[in-house]
Design a protein around this ligand. Structure first.
Ligand code: DAH
Length: 377
């Protein structure tokens, strides 16, 4: 009668270990069978995480499986202890049986670990790699707004004719916007220029004519200046109106200035802006701050005066208002109207811009839609 365990005594537990391993293989064999299979599986598991986190999670799970199958508390560990209890005659056989089981399990787990670690290295290397062959991102080159382009063209012409460019405030008092321009309180000329009032006594300027006053207060006479800028009116927006728009004011005050100078100046201006064949036309008009006053038209740059869609079949396009500075305006800024005379004019920048680019709706200029603005470089 032998004392120790016989090989068949450990068989039930050995079979249990085999079963556990078989189950593990059922779950994992296909996963770790090949790199492609693994990548495919890992990609659908641990959803939402990045590939690197997924790989790390898989490695952690594999470590848990290794511990479950081969660790201290595993069925295999209990089986290992049985070797010492085996009958000396059978010890080698029992030992071999356990050893085979152990390496049968150890080998695929080790292979899987290798695969996973290798994959992890690949993934992190790919993440850190810089592909120097990817074409660079070209910075988008911006350009100036069509109104700015127009303003610059106008400024260039006047500067070359000896005019200074004044840039003045957009918030004004009644004095600069109206009184000093010979528009006293209650004057009907205030009505169409109803604007936006800010704090008591201040309002957004409704015309750039305000700068005539500032400029003469600062510089006295003689003076030659233009003042491009924004003006504001309480207009309902429509294709030809916007509550905010651009004007350029002009003022020339000196000894002996006459209406002939005004006409010559504006004729020269339209020649330079639209071409030497452009004609001008002056129509009598009324502005409180000029006497006499005139509306200025220029012959259509498109049809040359024959009539087309752009000039609405009239052959002429409106440029703006003009006139000889009213003596009251000069007196207000302490310029002696006996010694000095002058002319002034006010043109619409965005209106001219809309004509040149044939825009049906002036509001397009203020919507800041790049797809639209991009067309005018
Ligand atoms: N300020 C006028 C307006 O906004 C335009 C204007 C007309 C300006 C005649 C002038 C001028 O300097 O002389 O309607």
């Amino acid at each position: 009668m032998t004392e120790g365990l016989k090989p068949e005594d450990i068989e039930p537990q050995a079979k249990l270990v085999e079963k556990e391993f078989w189950e593990w293989q059922q779950r994992f064999h296909s996963v770790f069978d090949s790199r492609d299979k693994f990548v495919e599986t890992i990609d659908t598991q641990w959803e939402g995480a990045g590939l690197l986190q997924k790989t790390e999670a898989a490695l952690a799970e594999l470590a848990r499986e290794r511990n479950r199958l081969l660790g201290k508390k595993s069925t295999l560990a209990t089986l290992r202890k049985k070797i010492g209890l085996a009958d000396p005659i059978y010890r080698a056989i029992v030992g071999q049986r356990v050893q085979h089981l152990e390496s049968a399990i150890e080998e695929p787990i080790h292979k899987a670990e290798l695969l996973l670690n290798q994959f992890k290295t690949e993934v992190s290397a790919a993440r850190e790699a810089i592909d120097v062959t990817i074409p660079g991102r070209r910075p988008r080159q911006g350009h100036l707004h069509p109104i700015t382009l127009m303003r610059q063209r106008i400024e260039d012409i006047f500067v070359s004719l000896g005019y200074a460019v004044e840039d003045d405030r957009e918030i004004e008092t009644d004095f600069y916007n109206f009184d000093a321009l010979n528009i006293p309180e209650g004057h009907p000329a205030r009505d169409p220029q109803d604007t936006f009032y800010t704090t008591e006594g201040f309002a957004l300027r409704s015309q750039t004519s305000t700068v005539q006053i500032h400029a003469m207060q600062r510089r006295g006479a003689p003076v030659r200046m233009i003042a491009p800028g924004r003006v504001f009116r309480r207009d309902t927006p429509d294709p030809t109106h916007n509550p905010m728009f651009y004007q350029v004011e002009g003022l020339c005050v000196d000894r002996g200035i006459t209406m002939a100078h005004l006409k010559g100046m504006l004729a020269e201006f339209v020649h330079r802006l639209f071409g030497p064949e452009t004609k001008t036309r002056f129509r009598p008009s009324y502005f409180p701050f000029t006497e006499p006053s005139a509306e200025v038209d220029y012959s259509c740059f498109n049809c040359g005066g024959d009539g087309c869609r752009i000039c609405k079949w009239s052959g002429w396009i409106e440029l703006g208002g003009s006139g000889m500075v009213h003596p009251n305006v000069l007196r207000r800024v302490n310029v002696d109207p006996e010694e000095f005379t002058g002319f002034a004019f006010g043109l619409g920048i965005d209106r001219t811009c809309a004509r040149i680019y044939q825009l049906d709706d002036i509001r397009l200029l203020f919507e800041n839609d790049v797809r639209f603005l991009e067309q005018f470089r």
